[in-house]
Ligand binder design. Structure first.
Ligand SMILES: Cc1cc2nc3c(=O)[nH]c(=O)nc-3n(C[C@H](O)[C@H](O)[C@H](O)COP(=O)(O)OP(=O)(O)OC[C@H]3O[C@@H](n4cnc5c(N)ncnc54)[C@H](O)[C@@H]3O)c2cc1C
Ligand code: SF4
Length: 331
């Protein structure tokens, strides 16, 4: 049994100061991931700093003409917000594809992108895991790796990032606003999560003492043509084997602008600007989507049990682009 203390912060500055005071102190928001990790003894905080009463619970216009999502707005309130549903339906769809209604009622916009991998070995403290305990090895590489990465993995870790919301936010080019002991800064979503390299215990570029205060959505929401396609073992309450956030701006059947990001395939949401360049100016049709899928999946590597994900990802990309373009062709 691991003992910890509990405090409740009412101001952002106080929360940050309490975090700075102890390297093993942790913020808790919805608690839907952190408490699971504590029960499994993967996380052993000395102090839990409850941030749920911080004044970060609004969704409002931001100076760029988009929306600012408070870090403590729940995933449910975000997905069903009238402005999100109409201007950023891709984000609504991605959030609603994740977890369950009860979990989304608790989970927050700040906590969601910081949830940790669902690699079975990460949760099992009897096994070696470089992410949980650096330098011990990776049990998944030669183990059961059906849910693991096919892109951007390393010899140290082949885990994937599990968030659905983060895939849509990466495609939408959202920005994360953070507050820390040295003031405030902004991190673009595609730069927020990291590849594992030889430091897989570090998931993101957020510094240990920094608090996420809000997420900014840019003005362009791709509201007309978008889809979040999530392929999983069950139709609900399951993490993505492969997911695709696709967003297009069309002029008739011609693609003017494209965004595409994948979930379930890498240690971070996998955005391909190369694929987006390939799509620009093209007619929306299967023959033009197949080379895009090949370009995104180029260099993919399976580890045995997850080899199927390579073909699955290619097909999912083509299908997602067809769905986003509203075109009925066989993928
Ligand atoms: C059974 C189950 C199924 C699930 N299925 C899915 C799914 O299909 N798709 C999906 O995307 N997710 C899924 N989830 C995960 C769920 O979405 C996350 O647990 C949730 O979004 C985390 O948000 P939270 O507010 O509860 O975070 P918490 O658990 O409170 O915190 C998570 C981490 O973020 C840190 N943190 C929280 N807020 C901040 C902040 N503002 N600034 C800095 N650090 C912060 C905490 O210290 C902690 O390290 C599932 C979870 C469960 C239990
Ligand atoms: S894949 Fe990463 S999280 Fe899973 S066992 Fe290997 S090091 Fe740990």
């Amino acid at each position: 049994m691991h003992s910890f203390s509990y405090t409740r912060a009412l101001e952002v500055e106080t929360a940050v100061q309490e975090k700075v005071a102890g390297p093993a102190n942790k913020f808790i928001a919805g608690g839907t991931n952190l408490t699971d990790l504590m029960k499994a003894e993967v996380e052993k905080p000395e102090q839990l700093i409850d941030i749920r009463r911080l004044p970060l619970k609004t969704i409002a216009e931001n100076p760029e003409g988009g929306l600012r999502l408070g870090a403590l707005v729940t995933n449910a309130d975000t997905a069903y917000h009238e402005q999100i549903e109409t201007r950023y339906p891709l984000l609504s769809k991605a959030i609603l594809a994740g977890a369950s209604a009860q979990l989304r009622n608790m989970a927050t916009n700040g906590g969601n992108p910081l949830q940790r991998t669902r690699c079975y070995y990460f949760y099992d403290t009897a096994t070696a895991c470089n992410k949980r305990e650096p330098g011990t090895g990776c049990s998944a590489i030669n183990g059961f790796n059906r849910i693991h990465a096919i892109l951007g993995a390393s010899e140290s870790c082949i885990a994937v990032h599990p968030s659905d919301m983060a895939v849509a936010l990466t495609a939408l080019d959202a920005k994360i606003n953070v507050s820390g002991p040295n003031g405030e800064r902004v991190i673009s979503f595609p730069e927020f999560h990291r590849l594992p390299g030889d430091t897989p215990h570090i998931d993101t570029n957020l510094q240990a003492d920094e608090l996420i205060t809000s997420i900014d959505l840019p003005a362009q929401g791709f509201a007309e043509h978008n889809t979040y396609l999530k392929i999983r073992d069950r139709e609900s309450y399951a993490f993505a084997l492969v997911s695709v956030a696709a967003a297009l701006e069309m002029d008739g059947t011609i693609i003017k602008e494209a965004r595409i990001a994948l979930g379930g395939v890498a240690h971070k949401p996998w955005r391909s600007t190369e694929a987006e360049d390939l799509l620009r100016g093209k007619e929306a049709r299967v023959e033009n989507f197949k080379p895009v899928a090949e370009a995104i999946i180029n260099g993919a590597q399976g580890y045995g049990h997850n080899n199927f994900k390579i073909e699955l990802a290619k097909r999912a990309i083509v299908r997602a682009l067809l769905q986003a373009a509203n075109i009925e062709e066989k993928s």
